[in-house]
Design a protein around this ligand. Structure first.
Ligand code: FE
Ligand code: FE
Ligand code: ZN
Length: 276
């Protein structure tokens, strides 16, 4: 099983890979820069070389970089949009040191301009950001739809993708907590939700799973992650999700709240034990 978790680390790729191995995983997610959008993670050639060696030896699956939460391609504030665009271009350039991996971001919040305007701004910017030369695939994350968030419905993601010119560089990351909170009934009918994803977006676009339980009920539009098995999604539904034949091969990234490394480690072990 391709599993790992989001690591809050200021270290390099080698240290994140080693921590992942210690936790029992073979993939991980990390912020490209501090979550509030400042200084980028340093990329050293030695570090990259060591990381590539380790990930080959330990058969890592693709890894996921996560853009800072402050990014917003459809803010009403032009300087926020410009900053986001410039910084995403820089992030993707840095990702090319570890070719062929994923760069995940929250589509954005329209801040009162309306969903349609938001979708238009996001896709327009993506056309300035994504280039033919990049090997990195940009992932739109499914959102809970809280506030003025774009991406709480599969149709909204499809509309963005439809307007992006370079389609082979764009995919989707499905966050189980977010879609549950957005109103998709993954507890009783995960297969039905996947059918819907397939007919609206296409399952070939789905590249990664954020595996989280939720502190809130379905359709709450809240977005508060819970430890696996401890929330409203629950162990039984999560077991079905991790064993679903249509998504089994994807990297599963945990973004759950734990107090310490032991919590991380035990959760990965727990999820692996659910795999039949
Ligand atoms: Fe996210
Ligand atoms: Fe997520
Ligand atoms: Zn979330």
């Amino acid at each position: 099983m391709n599993i790992g978790r989001h690591i809050s680390s200021t270290g390099g790729y080698e240290s994140m890979a080693n921590l992942t191995i210690e936790l029992g995983g073979n993939t991980f997610q990390f912020f490209t820069r501090n979550p509030r959008g400042g200084q980028a993670k340093k990329v050293g050639p030695k570090d990259i070389e060591k990381f590539l060696k380790i990930s080959k030896e330990k058969e890592f699956s693709k890894i996921v970089a996560h853009a800072p939460y402050t990014f917003n391609l459809c803010s009403a504030n032009e300087s926020v949009r410009d900053f986001t665009k410039r910084t995403m271009i820089d992030d993707i350039k840095r990702m090319e040191y570890i070719p062929g991996n994923y760069y995940n971001f929250h589509p954005g919040s329209h801040t009162g301009q309306g969903i349609e305007k938001g979708i238009e701004m996001i896709s327009q910017s993506l056309n300035e950001i994504i280039s033919d030369e990049q090997s990195t695939i940009v992932l739109l994350e499914t959102m809970s739809g809280k506030g003025s968030e774009v991406g709480g419905k599969f149709e909204q993601l499809r509309e963005i993708i439809e307007r992006v010119d370079i389609k082979d560089k764009i995919g989707v990351c499905l966050d189980t907590c977010h879609i549950h909170d957005a109103g998709y009934d993954i507890v009783n009918d995960f297969d039905g939700v996947l059918d819907e994803f397939d007919s609206v977006i296409g399952l070939d676009r789905l590249k990664a799973i954020h595996l989280n339980d939720s502190k809130n009920v379905c359709a709450s539009r809240k977005d508060r992650h819970e430890k696996i098995g401890k929330g409203y999604i629950g162990e039984e539904a999560i077991q079905k999700i991790v064993n679903n034949g249509r998504i089994k091969h994807l990297p599963f990234l945990l973004e759950t709240p734990h107090e310490d490394l032991i919590g991380y480690k035990e959760e990965i072990k727990f999820v692996k034990s659910m795999r039949k």
